[in-house]
Ligand binder design. Structure first.
Ligand code: NAX
Length: 328
């Protein structure tokens, strides 16, 4: 049978964790034939609550769940992990400035980057969901000099899935007919969801929509501000959809994009499309055997260029801020 895969989840007692763990344990990542060993990291005060979650995992009697370990020491929890899903982060609380948020999260992601560097398996892949996701991934990557930089990514798959869903609703098509969706840039309100290269049943999506004003004034802001709309409606931030996207992103990374399609992933820029090298920026990527490649040669018009540059600029500012704080 297939050897077990060790998957670390941080922030495991949080609301995304509550959705994510059960899907991982039930085989949503690698199917029914690959046993999963969960390694769950939390801060000390949340360990008791995490014990309750583990009781529930036990009670599901998932055949694919091989073992569960919990703890508050990243050096122990990350030992030998093949996949690390960094979900736990310090949320922005009242009165907190952006700099405070960056330094609180900086402390988390420098420490976790070092622990991954020293203890993860040689084939580790690291996906960052916790916000500010792109810059947290940059911090972890920079603090893990022995791990190849292409093993780090930040989550923009939720934005990607939101964009597909909005486009399907607008055009009366099925989500499964939509391919080549792209989210460019930061997982923030400056992100640029791009349908100019997307296809619906093989036809160019922007042409099928045929309405530039919908794209500019409806589609892009709806996708970019969807997180706030969920908070407004639900009284809590998106959790199940974020967990689902975290699994989609990891599955795509490990098992590959289908022929003729791509996915959005925030990865280290190599300068493609004029994006400053070294930023963790969301690009269209194809994946196979656990490696990704940025899709090359897409034509970028002036409208797209301006949006891609604006979100790059925000990431440059975040990088400058964490450089000043001495985090990278
Ligand atoms: P919760 O506040 O419910 O859970 C976060 C958990 O992380 C808490 O249990 C906390 O104890 C734990 N934690 C804090 N510091 C830790 C550390 N140093 N080590 C281990 N665990 C630690 O937040 P939740 O709703 O689950 O969201 C988690 C993160 O995902 C947040 O940063 C949130 O902003 C981010 N999101 C990212 C999304 C994306 O698409 N990239 C979308 C959803 C979500 O907003």
């Amino acid at each position: 049978s297939t050897p077990p895969v060790k998957v670390a989840v941080t922030g495991a007692a949080g609301q995304i964790g509550y959705s994510l763990l059960f899907r991982l344990a039930s085989g949503a990542l690698l199917g029914p034939d690959t046993p999963i060993q969960l390694r769950l990291l939390e801060i000390t005060p949340a360990l008791k609550s995490l014990e309750g979650v583990v009781m529930e995992l036990d009670d599901c009697a998932f055949p694919t769940l091989d073992s569960v370990e919990i703890g508050d020491d990243p050096n122990h929890i990350f030992d030998g992990v093949n996949l690390a899903l960094l979900v736990g982060a310090r949320p922005r609380t009242k009165g907190m400035e952006r700099g405070d948020l960056l330094s609180a999260n900086g402390a988390i992601f420098t420490g976790q980057g070092k622990a991954l560097n020293d203890h993860a398996a040689d084939d580790v892949r690291i996906g960052v969901t916790g916000n500010p996701a792109n810059t947290n991934a940059l911090i972890a990557m920079t603090n893990a000099p022995d791990i190849p930089q292409e093993r780090f990514s930040a989550l923009t798959r939720l934005d990607h899935n939101r964009a597909i869903s909005q486009l399907a609703a607008k055009t009366g098509s099925k989500v499964s007919d939509i391919t080549k969706m792209t989210i460019w840039g930061n997982h923030s309100a400056t992100q640029y969801p791009d349908i100019f290269h997307a296809e619906i049943g093989g036809k160019n999506a922007a042409e099928v929509v045929g309405d530039q004003s919908w794209i500019e004034n409806d589609f892009i802001p709806t996708v970019a501000k969807r997180g706030a709309a969920i908070i407004e409606a639900r009284g809590a931030s998106s959790a199940a959809s974020a967990a689902s996207a975290t699994i989609d992103a990891a599955r795509t990374w490990l098992t590959g994009t289908p022929e003729g399609d791509w996915a959005s992933m925030a990865v280290r820029s190599d300068g493609s499309y004029g994006v400053p090298e070294g930023l963790i920026y969301s690009f269209p990527v194809t994946t196979s055997n656990g490696d990704w490649e940025i899709v090359q040669g897409l034509e970028i018009d002036d409208f797209s260029r301006a949006k891609m540059d604006a979100t790059a600029q925000e990431l440059v500012e975040e990088r400058d801020a964490v450089t000043e704080l001495g985090l990278i």
